[in-house]
Ligand binder design. Structure first.
Ligand code: G6P
Length: 612
């Protein structure tokens, strides 16, 4: 997490840096800062959101702000509180070097005591200041910034993307990365650096991706890239995929609301050219598994974090239902610290909207060593995870700005349906169910539109429940993950303590919490588990819990037990998670919006979590 940006060229750096940072706020937003190169390196920092830095710059000396080279940073705190002292850029002891960093220096304590023994003292609690001091120490020996960075990173452990400037190396930014993203935007007489595309897309559509361990020396007219062994590298210049338009709210109050409303088109987009009708075979050219390899797969492991993990849990139900292949789902952070069993007949599916999540990257690197085929489902086809894949399903949801994932989740679900269908067809299994799912998927966009048209009703219900401090979401079967994801959405953006349970588990503990202060939201789809969920609702009703139903059917005899219910279009059990979650996203959105929360940038969160 954290966003970094750099500029060197003929324009005023400050505007490019500040605009770039505003497009990286999804990566963290607890403090920010910039360093501008004039005769000296001038540093400006502020705690809190980027707007605080904008305000403090208004008071700064114009002359100091007039610079053509600079670096900027927006922080998500890992080491030390989000204070001005801990905000980046950090400097070397002389103040001649400025550094911005995304990642974590794992051995910073050892390096810090090494430097303290040499007489260095530190102003912040961060790992980054240690790196800045170390580069300064090496600069004193080598008198060259690129060589100093090269020498310093040999002594560091962990993950980093660095941009570094020295006051004596005019117009130069030295950049390097290891397990954290960094790209170089290529311009004419100017060049850019950034953690991600949105920060620079306005200025250039051409970029170079740095590989792990490479160092770049960037000036307005030249980009030199060096491999870890010192040889010159020839990275190719790639064309960036985003249109600046995608970054506008298009009249919606928040990006989250806009992104929820984009879901019908996201589904249409991803199904297009893949499912023609329910009778034709699926087309999925992105899967690089031969028929023989597919037939040999005896186990599937899905690894992911957060919302992507919930998509994976839905995926388990679909894949097992259609293919009969045992499928386990595990948080990446758990997967990496135990002896996992995977081999060449295991298919490992990594799911990540950002393609950058450190835990998932580590897990995927581990399974690659075991010879398993790695299928990555991501919204970022140029990401590190995508580059690690053997097969890549790009979910193609378009850029998602709001930190709470919505359209990328639906798109992940769609990819899992497509892949499960593909496997079932290749293995000649579950023909009837495959046909049913294809039919349901093709009708899903219009059903999503019907749910979105209920927005005002959901808003009214949201208002009614916004003062509750706790919430329980229940469901069974394939919608159990929907309950988990609905609860996650609510807590992420409203800070209400919401928990998802398998409805059958309610009576094994959580029921003790039920009374009139605890709303219970039940997801009920007319199908296999409908009557069972209804019984669990009756149990909650008997404990005076307020009940909200999200259902495609409610019997008249049951209506009385619900304080509120939202009816959704009829849909088969297997495809219902996509429709049900849309209701829960809207409910969470309207509660948070009614409470006046910062919907698109909830506290303490970031969209891209590049630390383990
Ligand atoms: C962060 C985001 C979540 C996301 C999770 C996993 O915590 O705020 O929305 O679900 O990371 O991210 P990934 O990019 O791997 O899906």
């Amino acid at each position: 997490m954290c966003g970094i940006v750099g500029y060197t060229g003929f324009q005023n750096a400050i505007h490019i840096l500040m605009d770039g940072l505003s497009h990286l706020e999804y990566r963290g937003y607890d403090s920010s800062g910039i360093a501008l190169e004039k005769d000296e390196i001038n540093i400006f920092k502020a705690s809190g959101k980027l707007v605080n830095l904008v305000e403090s710059l208004k008071k700064a000396d114009d002359d100091k702000l007039d610079a053509k080279t600079g670096i900027g940073h927006i922080r998500w705190a890992t080491h030390g509180l989000p204070t001005v002292e801990n905000a980046h850029p950090h400097t070397s002891s002389t103040g001649d070097i400025a550094l911005v960093h995304n990642g974590i220096i794992e051995n910073y304590k050892e390096v810090k005591s090494f430097l303290e023994n040499k007489g260095y003292s530190f102003k912040s609690q961060t790992d980054t200041e240690v790196a800045a001091m170390l580069i300064g120490y090496e600069y004193d020996i080598h008198k060259d910034l690129k060589t100093a960075v090269e020498a310093a990173i040999k002594q560091l452990k962990g993950a980093w993307a660095f941009c570094v400037m020295h006051k004596n190396e005019k117009g130069t930014i030295v950049a390097t990365r290891k397990n954290a993203p960094l790209l170089i935007g290529v311009g004419e007489g100017e060049n850019f650096l950034a953690s991600d595309i949105p920060a620079i897309i306005k200025h250039t559509k051409r970029a170079i991706y740095l590989n792990d361990g490479q160092i770049a020396k960037v000036t307005p007219d030249l980009i030199e890239i060096f491999n870890p062994d010192g040889t010159i590298a020839q990275n190719k210049v790639e064309v960036l995929p985003f249109e600046p338009m995608a970054l506008s709210k298009m009249g919606y109050k928040h990006f989250m609301l806009k992104e929820i409303h984009e879901q019908p088109d996201v589904v249409r987009n991803i199904l297009q050219n893949k499912i023609k009708d329910e009778f034709s075979k699926i087309l999925l050219s992105d899967v690089n598994l031969s028929e023989k390899q597919l037939k040999d797969i005896n186990r599937i492991q899905i690894i992911a974090c957060g919302t992507s993990l919930h998509a994976g849990l839905v995926g388990k139900y679909i894949i097992e239902e259609l293919t009969g292949i045992p499928t386990d789902v595990e948080p990446s952070s758990e997967y990496i610290y135990r002896s996992t069993i995977a081999d060449k007949n295991t298919l490992v599916i990594g799911i990540s909207q950002s393609g950058e999540t450190a835990d998932t990257i580590t897990a995927i690197k581990q399974v690659k060593e075991k010879g398993s085929h790695v299928l990555i489902i991501t919204n970022r086809k140029e990401s590190l995870l995508a580059r690690l894949s053997d097969s890549l399903l790009h979910v193609n949801a378009g850029i998602e700005v709001s930190v709470a994932a919505t359209k990328s989740y639906i798109a992940q679900l769609m990819s899992l349906y497509l892949f499960a269908i593909y496997m079932a067809e290749t293995l000649n299994k579950s023909a009837d169910k495959v046909q049913e799912i294809k039919h349901e998927l093709l009708t899903l966009p219009s059903k999503l539109e019907a749910v979105l048209s209920e927005g005002m009703k959901i808003r009214e219900i949201a208002k009614k429940y916004s003062s509750f401090k706790n919430f329980i979401f229940i469901a069974r079967g394939i919608n159990y993950p929907t309950a988990l994801e609905g609860a996650l959405k609510l807590k992420e953006i409203s800070y209400i303590n919401a928990t998802g349970y398998a409805a059958g588990e309610l009576k094994h503990g959580p029921i003790a919490m039920l009374d009139e202060t605890m709303p219970v939201l039940a997801i009920m789809n007319k199908g296999l588990v409908y009557d069972k969920v209804m019984s669990n609702c009756e149990e909650a009703f008997a404990r005076q819990a307020r009940l909200i139903g999200v259902a495609n059917h409610i019997d008249d005899k049951h209506k009385a037990i619900f304080n509120d219910y939202i009816l959704i279009p009829d849909i088969s059990d297997l495809v219902s998670p996509a429709l049900n979650i849309t209701v829960l996203q809207l409910l969470a959105y309207h509660i948070a919006e009614y409470l006046g929360k910062d919907v698109d940038q909830p506290r303490n969160l970031a969209k891209s979590v590049t630390v383990e």
